[in-house]
Ligand binder design. Structure first.
Ligand code: MEV
Length: 322
């Protein structure tokens, strides 16, 4: 487990951060419902070194249109000397697998280390603020997942309390669950999506007269799903994933390509659903035991970029010099 703080160090520094999948509760979590996330072994690595001017992967930072970079520099490194930031990543971008959360948390860990070290609860809060500043909307699920590693639940009474993350008008508890160690399959549809647009769309849907009923379904499914995960009941986790997918269809964030991928993998899946904001992006599959390879092949044949992924217990951490 990685509840230890990010240790003090000096530039150059390299940080490695996992991606994540949301097994239950995306969108509902923005409105206070529970969510379950697993950090996965697709990683992003960020190097930060002193330099004559601010750069991201050789591009001048002042010319960058990357809002996460701008927010992160303002928050984590205000008025400090220029640095060159380099990234390498196995997490597909804008795919719902945590690449922006991993980028932000990596920068927070790198600058935090170079500023005397940083506690993980502080890093979870500040990474959330940076991501929300860049996106304008959202919950702390993604950033807490990649900072904590392992399996975490938001807004659930189950598990061991790690920290609480707050915005101006809401707060979320973050708890650690024992991860059952299952292999998951993720598949990127190739359709990039905007988290902000999807979150706003669901916000409008939940403001309609049946919104409270929909939010109650988000709460119910995520609560039952978290219970099934803790009980290591694969069949029930799978059933709840399918139920969660129907709810995401009902609030309008599925996509024909995601539906096609879900159909392609169904014969070898215990359960499957979209993961992340939807409207494109990725699906997550709990494959039948021993049929992970077949699930990957079916999804690849259906046109997706598919991976078998394992949970990683380690959140973001300094791994050496840049
Ligand atoms: C995005 O990965 C998950 C959403 O619930 C947004 C958020 O929680 O910030 C759609």
């Amino acid at each position: 487990m990685s509840e230890h703080a990010i240790a003090a160090g000096s530039l150059p520094v390299a940080v490695r951060t996992p991606g994540k999948v949301i097994v239950f509760g995306e969108h509902g979590v923005v409105h206070g419902a529970p969510e379950l996330l697993v950090a996965i072994d697709l990683h992003l690595q960020v190097g930060v070194a002193s330099a004559p001017e601010f750069r991201l992967n050789r591009e001048l930072a002042s010319a960058s249109t990357n809002p996460y970079l701008r927010e992160a520099l303002e928050r984590f490194w205000p008025g400090r000397p220029p640095v060159a930031i380099t990234t390498s990543s196995r997490i597909p971008r804008a795919a719902g697998l945590g690449s922006s959360a991993a980028f932000v948390a990596s920068l927070g860990a790198a600058f935090g280390s170079a500023s005397g070290g940083v506690a993980r609860d502080t890093l979870a809060q500040s990474s959330f603020e940076v991501e929300r500043g860049a996106q304008g909307v959202g919950s702390p699920g993604d950033t807490s997942s990649v900072v904590a590693g392992g399996c975490i639940a938001l807004n659930s009474p189950v598990g061991t309390l790690l920290w609480e993350v707050a915005s101006d008008d809401a707060s979320w508890t973050v708890r650690r669950l024992v991860d059952p160690g299952w292999v998951w399959v993720v598949a990127y549809s190739g359709i990039p999506r905007s988290t902000a647009t999807a979150v706003q769309q669901v916000g409008r849907r939940l403001a309609e007269p049946d919104g409270p009923d929909l939010l109650q379904r988000f709460r119910h499914i995520a609560t039952a799903g978290i219970g099934a995960m803790v009980a290591e009941d694969r069949a029930e986790v799978g059933r709840r994933m399918v139920e969660n997918q129907q709810l995401l269809v009902d609030v309008g964030v599925s996509h024909p390509r995601l539906e096609a991928l879900l159909t392609a993998v169904a014969p070898v899946a215990v359960g499957a659903k979209l993961t992340g904001a939807g409207c494109g992006g990725s699906i997550v599959v709990l494959p039948q035991a021993g049929r992970e390879g077949e699930a990957v092949r079916r999804l690849a044949r259906a046109g997706a970029v598919a991976f078998a992924v394992r949970p990683t217990l380690h959140g973001c951490d300094v791994v050496g010099s840049a």
